[in-house]
Write a protein that binds this ligand. Structure first.
Ligand code: ATP
Ligand code: MG
Length: 576
């Protein structure tokens, strides 16, 4: 199946890293501009990124991070980082730490505004007491199942709980005793008293607090009742003076509830704005599914380079600049859509092309002996570090009698249109000489073990004085100088564009068994020695590669970040 066959919408103009050109307008910016004109927030723009620390961040979160921090930057405003840590059962310090690392790495700064919803537990409790006193909240002893049953459906109104009309005094007493730990988990909950017949299910007396005798990463055992996300979220925004609470579309139906809370508490009101979440082909962007991939061992961890997590794509070699370019390119919309993974890769390539140093590396080595090249001679050939770099700096690459080339740059019986090396044929070695294959040496099993070639000393620098041409240029390394390295090649983690689409089968059925290919005997040019984890290079003709933290002093490990093949351009062409 090609990426064409599913619903994919994206801007078709080729994205360019747009340096300091003005940001493109979108419906969110229009709302902010309107507020600035009307003076609703006195010209302030204050956003926040509010992750729940129950997993690692993924590329979808990156879209939200770039949006929230980006808007604050563009409007000279502020953006907070706030952990929505209201569910101690699923939240962990490890996730908090990883989120802080990831947002920083993407290039954003919340200055001194790192907040936690748990900072507001006291205030939220007081507000709940106020609702109780105002007769707008009650303690309900229905079980969780009964509450669900009483809620009704989209077509049927809900039923009022028999506990709904308890007196204010009784509710105050019960709620305080809930807080004081007098009841076991699940005994009762605090609910808002709104409207069990509302067409919006969120308004049918939502639960505000549940009893959870659980240790919280930040508040320890200070609390045994915890606010529901809906009760904490809007008020946290209000407390922080957030002007624009930007969230994904599924919260559109929650907006009336958040506004009800704000109104009935009589507190400052932010403006909530919903946008479409990012969906990406050939991957999953749900924390629940990502956790499953990690726990069940389908990947090596949260930072496995095949994962769409920020830590995974960082390890793979994606750059913050490339990810920000991607976020700018996809923009924001009001309708859900799926973005092609090829566009993300295009943006990463776009960024790496400008900055990555070019190197030569051979992934699947085939030995070549230049029979007419002097035994002990070594030449230092001049190679360009990055043709995109205006300084056009160069480095020396050693050349000698024994080289390695790529196995697939040789065919004993060349297919039609195969122009690379074959018996009797001449090709150019990048930055070097023309060579011609004169003999193929095989082992007892008939496997090719080495090639014998001659080189033409007149062709140093890649041109022949007699003007004869060759049809291919191939890369190489000098066998005596190259270092051995491990290279990990990746394919999509899933074999289908939307692994979640078929509800009758688990998404793990669509895992690509060939998503990782480890090549343990690669040879890399000597100037790569000492490269540090995180450094990125282009291996000529092979793609962009990043040094993996598994590297040791004497053996580097690389991840292929992206190939050089521009699948995105191909898609655009197909779409005409
Ligand atoms: P959960 O389903 O566990 O709540 P979540 O992906 O919504 O997962 P949050 O930690 O609540 O996780 O997300 C933090 C912020 O990132 C939210 O404001 C959410 O709107 C935004 N976000 C999450 N996923 C995406 C996505 N795919 N595209 C854009 N924004 C996203
Ligand atoms: Mg969420």
């Amino acid at each position: 199946m090609t990426s064409q066959e599913h619903d994919t919408t994206y801007p078709l103009a080729a994205p360019e890293a747009n340096g300091d050109s003005a940001p493109r307008s979108n419906f969110i910016r229009e709302i902010i501009d309107e507020h600035n004109r009307s003076g609703r927030f006195g010209g302030r723009v204050h956003t926040r990124f509010p992750p729940e620390p129950n997993g690692y961040l993924h590329i979808g979160h990156a879209k939200s991070i770039c949006l929230n921090f980006g808007l604050a930057q563009d409007y000279g405003g502020k953006c907070n980082l706030r952990f929505d840590d209201t569910n101690p059962v699923k939240e962990e310090q490890e996730y908090i730490d990883s989120i802080i690392t990831d947002v920083r790495w993407l290039g954003f700064d919340w200055q001194d505004r790192l907040f936690y919803a748990s900072d507001y537990f006291g205030q939220l409790y007081e507000w709940a007491v106020k609702l109780v006193k105002d007769g707008k909240a009650y303690v309900d002893h229905l079980s969780a199942d009964e509450i669900r049953e009483y809620r009704g459906t989209l077509t049927q109104p809900g039923k009022e709980s028999p506990y709904r009309n308890r007196s204010v005094e009784e509710n105050l007493d019960l709620f305080e005793r809930m807080k004081n730990g007098e009841f076991p988990d699940g005994t009762c909950v605090l609910r808002a008293k709104i409207d069990m017949a509302s067409p919006n299910l969120n308004m049918r007396d939502p639960v505000l607090y549940r009893i959870l005798h659980a240790q919280h990463p930040r508040t320890g055992d200070a609390w045994c009742i915890y606010p529901m996300y809906d009760w904490a979220h809007g008020q946290s925004d209000s407390i922080e003076g957030i002007t624009h609470s930007i969230c994904t579309l599924e919260f559109e139906d929650h907006r009336p509830l958040y506004e009800w809370f704000i109104q009935n508490l009589g507190i400052y009101a932010p403006q909530q704005i919903e946008f479409a979440r990012l969906n990406l082909t050939y991957t999953v962007l749900s924390k629940r599914k990502l956790i499953q991939l990690v726990r069940e061992g389908y990947v090596r961890g949260w930072d496995d380079p095949r994962m769409p997590t920020i830590s995974g794509i960082r390890r793979r070699g994606y750059t913050p600049e490339g990810i920000r370019l991607f976020a700018d390119t996809i923009g924001v919309a009001k309708a859900n859509s799926t973005v092609d993974l090829a566009l993300l890769e295009y943006c990463i390539r776009q960024d790496l092309n400008k900055r990555a140093l070019r190197k030569m590396a051979v992934l699947r080595p085939l030995k070549v002996v230049l029979t007419n090249y002097p035994e002990d001679q070594v030449e230092e050939l001049e190679a360009v570090n990055n043709p995109e770099d205006p300084d056009a700096s160069t480095r020396k690459v050693p050349f000698s009698r024994v080289l390695y080339i790529e196995q697939d740059d040789f065919m004993e019986n060349p297919a039609p249109k195969y122009y690379r090396l074959s018996p009797g044929r001449e090709v150019r070695l990048r930055y070097g000489y023309f060579i011609k294959c004169v003999d193929v040496v095989k082992d007892a099993q008939g496997q090719i073990v080495e090639l014998h070639c001659t080189y033409d000393p007149e062709t140093r620098g890649g041109t022949a004085p007699d003007g004869r041409k060759v049809k291919a240029t191939i890369h190489w390394v000098s066998a005596g100088h190259a270092q051995e390295a491990e290279v990990r090649l990746y394919e999509n983690l899933f074999t289908v564009p939307d692994p979640g689409a078929d509800e009758t089968r688990p998404f793990t059925d669509f895992i690509n068994p060939d998503s990782l290919d480890v090549l343990a005997t690669c040879r890399i040019e000597p100037s790569l020695a000492g490269a540090k984890p995180g450094e990125r290079f282009q291996f000529e003709r092979l793609g962009y590669f990043a040094v993996d933290p598994d590297s040791t002093e004497d053996r580097l490990v690389f991840n292929r970040t992206v190939t050089l093949k521009d699948e995105w351009a191909k898609l655009q062409k197909q779409q005409g």
